[in-house]
Design a protein around this ligand. Structure first.
Ligand code: ADP
Length: 300
């Protein structure tokens, strides 16, 4: 018996957002809007997205012993995430300093802080969480060696889902553990590197699959997604919605897909559900606050 549908291993950040008329040049100061502070980071986002859908969810992460860390713990708990695996201390909570200009373009500086201190030893010490989890998901906002340790800590029957964001070339041992590897177009191109020939995402899906994952999902924004496995490549239709803000769509998609796989859905079924969750998330401003409940997904 598993206690958790999903264990997320990843980052937790405070997003500090200021609206500006224009970006400052070197040596210059500009005045901006009031500061808005939001809970974020891909790990925390995925955990909140899954819990809001009703998944029994735990997060393994590290935050600082500070106000931002407490903000994150509060938002995780109020979404229903089990925070027993959220370690505290060692460095300040990770922060994303975000300026947004009137056209909506972002400039972002990330200080990984405590996320960079989540170690392979932390993963090994959390063995009981791994043994209690049907599916484990990760991203790349924590050290790569920690993600490699995650892939080698899975319970015998559990499944590993990786969204390699921010993207970088991946070691073969990590690729081989992914079932699926979930990438958007930008991530696909970085991971494929020189082998990204042409503009056809179906080709990227096939070439990615040949690099070792048991399955691959390529997300295509408003165009939906592609699913690739040994059975071939199939397309997952998107749901037509009025998109307001696409922040966090990929995190909501990955969380939903990982959760549904654990309930016994096929990869195609799980991706179709995830596409509905991603679509619901883009109809609202923000990341975590835009993630739908299961009822909201059904109503879409
Ligand atoms: P990321 O946020 O990682 O760039 P995508 O933009 O590909 O990821 O979005 C993830 C998924 O969310 C898509 O595969 C799709 O199912 C859904 N989605 C994203 N944008 C839209 C949109 N404008 N309309 C409908 N669905 C969307």
């Amino acid at each position: 018996m598993y206690d958790y549908d999903l264990l997320v291993v990843g980052s937790a950040n405070a997003d500090l957002v200021i609206g500006v008329e224009r970006r400052p040049a070197a040596g210059e100061t500009v005045l901006g809007s009031d500061l808005a502070v939001h809970p974020g980071g891909k790990g925390a986002n995925q955990a909140v997205a899954a819990a809001r859908l009703g998944a029994s969810t735990a997060l393994l992460a590290r935050v600082g012993d500070d106000g931002h860390g407490r903000l994150l713990l509060d938002s995780l708990r109020s979404a229903g995430v089990d925070t027993v695996g959220v370690l505290v201390g060692g460095a300040p909570t990770g922060v994303a300093l975000i300026t947004v200009d009137p056209s909506g373009d972002n400039s972002i500086v990330v200080s990984p802080g405590a996320n960079g201190r989540l170690t392979p030893e932390d993963v090994r010490a959390a063995g009981s969480l791994f043994h209690a989890s049907r599916v484990v998901s990760a991203q790349l906002e924590i050290p790569l060696e920690t993600v490699v340790a995650v892939a080698s800590s899975l319970a015998p029957d559990s499944r590993f889902v990786l969204n390699p964001s921010p993207p970088r070339p991946l070691p073969a041992v990590l690729l081989a553990a992914c079932d699926p590897l979930i990438v958007n177009e930008h991530e696909a191109k970085v991971i494929l590197g020189d082998s990204a020939i042409g503009d056809d995402p179906e080709d990227w899906a096939r070439i990615l699959l040949a690099k070792g994952p048991r399955s691959v999902v390529v997300t295509l924004g408003a165009e939906g997604a592609l699913v690739a496995s040994k059975d071939g490549v199939s397309r997952v239709a998107s749901v037509k919605v009025d998109a307001v803000d696409t922040t966090g769509a990929g995190d909501a998609f990955t969380a939903a897909l990982a959760y549904r796989l654990g309930t016994g859905a096929s990869l195609e079924e799980a991706a179709a559900y995830a596409a509905r969750v991603g679509a619901a998330a883009v109809t609202k401003e923000g990341a975590q606050v835009s993630f739908p409940t299961a009822e909201e997904v059904d109503a879409l």
